[in-house]
Design a protein around this ligand. Structure first.
Ligand code: ZN
Length: 341
């Protein structure tokens, strides 16, 4: 007797524009009452990583991403050069397009994360490029990079047409420290140093104020929202409605990988907007699919999000008309509906 033929439909894939794959192991056991306490445990885990552990742990995590419909990942990588190659190999083995957002770290963190100079950092980027690894520039944050590093990195990104990703506005303390050091807020400092432009992605922007959001709108930069991680870490939530009103492009990231489910990230994003605005459909179905795929690809400098197939016979889709499929996936399904990515 032959088995019944699965009813599959092809849809655009998802792009994960912000991941720290090693943080997958922290789920469920990360202690700490706030982001800063969690970060202490995270740094301990980062210290443990070797090229061998990255090669196996990242492949496992990337396979989970692939199974969840993610076709490309931007790995925001601050574990050093040796492990960057291991991460690239892991992505290749898992069948995932990979962009190494190689991180510049001047101060703070741990020793393995830091480069002695911005020149040394840019040399690391060049080594990766020479080896055929797709790269983006990633000054970790205004916390980790002083003004002169930001200026130099922005100049290099512009000259080489590379994407630039940077954490900003995740925590109130980061903003206070930036104000104390520079007299301006983080996204204002990024604007002053030339870091904002159409190839720039600001990760989080959770606590960005109106003036900072205006700077993002005027520069054409993208915001990468990571709602499940931002919830898990008690960061707060994106000013989604104000971002939407300004027409700032959004993409999504799994960040700490506490969850690997792009449908859940998109549902959270719209859920945040609904709670803020007291109405439904702030981001319509088309907008959310753009955020989930093409916008993430553009953020990473990739051509597009590829395709996935979804199982129409999955119990979560029982009774859903084809015309409502994409909306139903966003509203009521987990990534286990993905049959093949
Ligand atoms: Zn991050």
């Amino acid at each position: 007797m032959s088995s019944p033929v699965a009813r599959l439909v092809t849809l655009p894939g998802f792009v994960n524009a912000h991941s720290h794959a090693f943080q997958r192991v922290l789920r469920g056991r990360a202690a700490g009452a706030d982001f800063w306490e969690w970060r202490t445990g995270m740094l301990t885990e980062a210290e443990r990583q070797t090229p061998e552990s990255v090669r196996s742990l990242y492949e496992r995590t990337y396979r989970e991403m692939r199974a969840a419909g993610i076709t490309a990942v931007g790995e925001f990588h601050y574990l050093g050069l040796e492990t960057a190659w291991a991460a690239a190999e892991a992505a290749k083995a898992a069948g995932l397009a990979f962009v190494c957002l190689h991180v510049a770290y001047a101060r703070g963190g741990t020793e393995r994360m830091r480069q002695p100079s911005v020149t040394a950092y840019l040399q690391e980027v060049e080594r990766l490029r020479e080896d055929g690894v797709a790269v983006g520039l990633a000054p970790h944050s205004v916390r980790a990079c002083p003004r002169e590093w930001l200026v130099e990195i922005a100049r290099f990104a512009e000259a080489e047409h590379l994407v630039l990703h940077v954490h900003a506005g995740e925590q109130p303390r980061e903003i206070e420290e930036c104000m104390a050091e520079h007299g301006v807020r983080p996204i204002e400092l990024l604007a002053e140093t030339g870091c904002l432009g159409e190839r720039t992605t600001i990760v989080h922007a959770t606590h960005a104020n109106g003036a900072e959001l205006d700077l993002l709108r005027d520069s054409g930069a993208t915001i990468c929202a990571c709602p499940t991680t931002e919830a898990d870490l008690g960061d707060g939530f994106l000013p989604a409605v104000r971002v939407r009103h300004r027409g700032i492009p959004l993409c999504i990231g799994s960040d700490s990988n506490v969850r690997i489910d792009p449908l859940e990230e998109l549902r959270e994003l719209e859920g945040i907007a609904r709670r803020q605005d007291g109405r439904r459909g702030v981001f319509d179905t088309d907008a959310l699919w753009e955020i989930g795929g093409p916008n993430g690809a553009a953020s990473l400098g990739l051509d597009g999000p590829g395709t996935i197939t979804v199982d129409l016979d999955h119990p979560s889709l029982h009774g859903v008309a084809r015309v409502h499929l994409r909306a139903a996936l966003l509203a009521g399904c987990g990534a286990d509906v993905v049959a093949m990515a």
